[in-house]
Design a protein around this ligand. Sequence first.
Ligand SMILES: C[S@@+](CC[C@H](N)C(=O)[O-])C[C@H]1O[C@@H](n2cnc3c(N)ncnc32)[C@H](O)[C@@H]1O
Length: 315
Amino acid sequence: MKEGHLPVLAEEVLAMLAPRSGSLQIDATLGGGGHTERILEAAKPDGRLLGLDADPAAINRVERRLRPRFGERLVLRQANFRELATVAPDAGFDAVDGCLFDLGLSSFQLADTDRGFGFRAGGPLDMRFDTSRGVPAAELLATLDAAELTALFRRYGEEPRANRIARAIVDARREAPVAGAEELAALVERVAPPNPRQPRRTHPATRVFQALRIAVNEELEALEAGLAAAVDLLRPGGRLVVLSYHSLEDRIVKRFFAAERRGCVCPPELPVCVCGRNPRLRLLTRKSVTPTPEEVATNPRSRSARLRAAERLAA
Ligand SMILES: C[S@@+](CC[C@H](N)C(=O)[O-])C[C@H]1O[C@@H](n2cnc3c(N)ncnc32)[C@H](O)[C@@H]1O
């Protein structure tokens, strides 16, 4: 596998953001800095970008890799994008031309054997983007009861065999806690093996890993807060671009865009609008944009990506 993280739908992201010299951009999910690098290149010679990541390792990596090339044009903050409403203005980015969210985790995190994000890399089940906050995934597996684990796997993983997997975890921890990624992957494979007549492209534990990661990082709550803050920060004509990788994320993005496009949130039975809200976004993508087969072949991680973009209307 190729080292590092290839930016997904990079040309499409650039076409939607259309960064120009002098513009201010936000990359809310810096990762390996692949999109950031392309945006700063396109915004030469003086466009500036604020890059955020909850994971300090991402900030350090991009600092080393891109600072020498972009100098003061690149502003980095270790922060969760749910705090965008305060972090961006504090960094001088209070009216911006573009904001990108490339959700989920990077190939660096997936390959990190100390963090338990991936069943192939293994390691202790932590899964936090920011290890100074919240509780590791192993703690959820050690403390939630079978009903709570079932609900978590259903809600955040849409896992059809959630109950069976949850009961197996509770049984297994009577002997010893389920604390490692390889151990959890093997347990799921044992109690919920793939149907041999329905070959799946993914490992049987994929949904359980997704569910735990979403839960420990409160990813869906962060996404709702981050999107709301981003629209507030955009100048009229500014662009919001979101790449999501599973249906739970995409549903939130789609609904958010639809509500901001509609404006009024009054119940339909009211004869006149009382909320007074105006539309704030114009959609740039009616349907989501997905990668070409060529991109998926060179970057399998892009397989499930969906891009949605919108433009801020004048107030
Ligand atoms: C898919 S990667 C981004 C890859 C990047 N676009 C690139 O081209 O290299 C997602 C990144 O977002 C970060 N992240 C996820 N949720 C976050 C949140 N709520 N706040 C800040 N960063 C977050 C992860 O730590 C990860 O580094």
